[in-house]
Design a protein around this ligand. Structure first.
Ligand code: GMT
Length: 375
């Protein structure tokens, strides 16, 4: 199949999932066309099967807001015609599903039919999409998609609860390439990060309010009171400064490393003992899955789709959002006994296998085929 993929080309989970999906589909013989405003961060391999088409938005002083959707839908039209793309798969409804619908309508005028698959990722539904200013357009573009997928059961339920959706929603979970995480802990050069007696706690996110970074710091503060530990924070975002200030206030600045954005999270996860994800809401929690695939247990909130990934008492522990006391007690429980820690690490790794890329990507292929057959 010739498949057009549109996503945010950034470090966020939806862009990562879209990119990894495209690369795997290419390995399986499909021709993939990424249509995005930058080359996606994890797209390091262009080939005769993987193409990147940049959406350019010319600046014009008249516009207070530059019309990105217009440029995107025009680029979709041009690329579908030029490369004979058969199906468009857009990740994150806003504004991609809307732009794809416009492209589809423009192409129809020229006698070309292109089905659109929309994958809902989370905040496009729960935080941003359900805002009254966007809701009618988001509802409309989901209903107009030829097929809709969500990354968890929880997100599917949220979508039906928050929008008037008349379409079926297929749950196709996020995934990871298990092969990439197959390394022994001894390869990790852990000693560069911390002495043997210190535990390494990790958090990876875009440091936005929804991630509750201050809870991450508070949980870590309580852990390090009982167990020698370091905190590795990976990512950039608006709450970074508040996190730095809290570390300073609590006197733990020397124990916290702010890494910034990284393309090598598997290397950082490799020497981690515990992952923290106390988010306010999370449709899936790809970062938690990536941690688990590296054999890192997860202390998380029990919100959204996280319980579909992290299993309470097996791969980590789940608590109510904001329950920092319980989260730190659970973290200390795991970290304080080396046999217990070993068992949780093993459980986390084993659990991640059910989300292996080779099990999930065929579900998208099947959906594309069915959608094309219906059209
Ligand atoms: O978490 C974010 O703020 C980024 C966002 C995105 O669109 O990249 O992540 C969402 O999609 C990921 C991939 O499907 C999910 O793993 C995240 O749970 C989801 N984030 C939220 O729901 C907050």
């Amino acid at each position: 199949m010739r498949i057009g993929i549109n996503c945010y080309p950034t470090f966020g989970g939806s862009g990562v999932v879209a990119t990894e999906l495209g690369l795997e589909l290419a390995k399986r013989g499909h021709e993939i066309h990424f249509i995005t405003y930058n080359q996606p961060v994890r797209l390091d391999l262009l080939s005769n099967k993987v193409h990147f088409h940049e959406v350019k938005v010319p600046e014009y002083p008249l516009f207070h807001y530059q019309p990105y959707e217009l440029a995107l839908s025009s680029k979709m039209v041009d690329m579908v015609k030029l490369h004979k793309i058969e199906i468009l798969h857009v990740h994150y409804a806003i504004p991609h599903a809307y732009a794809a619908f416009m492209a589809k309508k423009m192409l129809e005028q020229e006698g070309i039919y292109i089905p659109v698959v929309t994958t809902l990722h989370g905040t496009d539904i729960t935080l941003v999409g359900s805002h009254p200013y966007y809701k009618p357009a988001v509802s409309f573009s989901i209903n107009m998609s030829d097929a809709v997928t969500s990354v968890s059961e929880s997100l599917k339920e949220d979508t039906f609860r928050l929008f008037n959706i008349k379409k079926d929603i297929n749950v196709i979970t996020n995934f990871i390439d298990i092969e990439k995480y197959k390394h022994a802990f001894t390869d990790c050069q852990r000693g560069m990060m911390a002495p043997d007696n210190e535990k390494i706690i990790t958090h990876i996110s875009n440091l936005r309010p929804v991630k509750r970074i201050l809870d991450v710091i508070k949980i870590f503060y309580k852990i390090q009171e009982k167990i020698p530990a370091k905190l590795m924070l990976i990512g950039e975002g608006p709450d970074k400064e508040a996190a730095e200030n809290l570390c300073d206030e609590l006197g733990i600045t020397e124990k916290v490393v702010f890494f910034g954005k990284s393309n090598e999270i598997d290397k950082i996860l490799c020497f981690s003992d515990l992952f923290l994800l106390p988010s306010e809401t999370e449709s899936f929690g790809l970062a938690a899955l990536e941690a688990m695939a590296s054999g890192v247990p997860v202390i998380s909130s029990n919100t959204g789709g996280i319980p579909e990934v992290n299993v309470h008492g097996i791969t980590g522990f789940l608590s109510d959002v904001g329950n920092v006391e319980e989260m730190s007690a659970n973290a200390i429980h795991i970290l304080s006994d080396s046999d217990r820690l070993k068992q949780f690490k093993q459980n986390a790794k084993e659990r991640s296998y059910i989300f292996d890329i080779h099990k999930i990507v065929p579900q998208y292929e099947k959906l594309y085929k069915e959608t094309l057959e219906k059209s």
